[in-house]
Ligand binder design. Structure first.
Ligand SMILES: [Fe+2]
Ligand SMILES: [Fe+2]
Length: 132
């Protein structure tokens, strides 16, 4: 089973964005799925580092568009992005101390996507799309 499942509730209603979010989930699953059975802590930290970089790049792009259109909810939206990146960093640090990072990561990211995509992203992308 994939670590993160795509859910209908993740849809923001704009095809290109839904595709991007779906792809993000696919790449995260792929990166973590490639960890071999006898992975080392370093392997996990490296895979999580790639996940972090990927998500960060997606956020940076969104935030650039927000600044470009002088989006009024930018601070709150960015704060929510930063919160997930902080959580991911904490999970990376936790790997060193053992524990079931996959479970924590799956729960954290699923919960975050469920809320963020259907609220912050839906609102922002609908507005940005209507201004084109
Ligand atoms: Fe997004
Ligand atoms: Fe966002």
């Amino acid at each position: 089973m994939a670590l993160i499942e795509w859910r209908e509730s993740y849809k923001v209603g704009i095809r290109s964005i839904d595709y991007e979010h779906g792809n993000l989930i696919w790449v995260i699953n792929d990166l973590l799925g490639k960890l071999s059975k006898d992975h080392t802590t370093d392997d996990i930290v490296q895979a999580l580092g790639e996940v972090h970089a990927l998500i960060e790049a997606h956020f940076a792009l969104e935030e650039k568009v927000m600044r470009d259109i002088r989006y009024s909810s930018y601070p709150a939206h960015k704060k929510d992005h930063d919160r997930l990146l902080d959580d991911l960093r904490e999970i990376m640090e936790g790997v060193e101390g053992g524990g079931d990072f996959m479970k924590t990561l799956g729960e954290t990211v699923n919960a975050w996507f469920t809320v963020h995509f259907s609220t912050f992203d839906k609102e922002f992308h609908s507005l940005a799309h209507s201004q084109r």
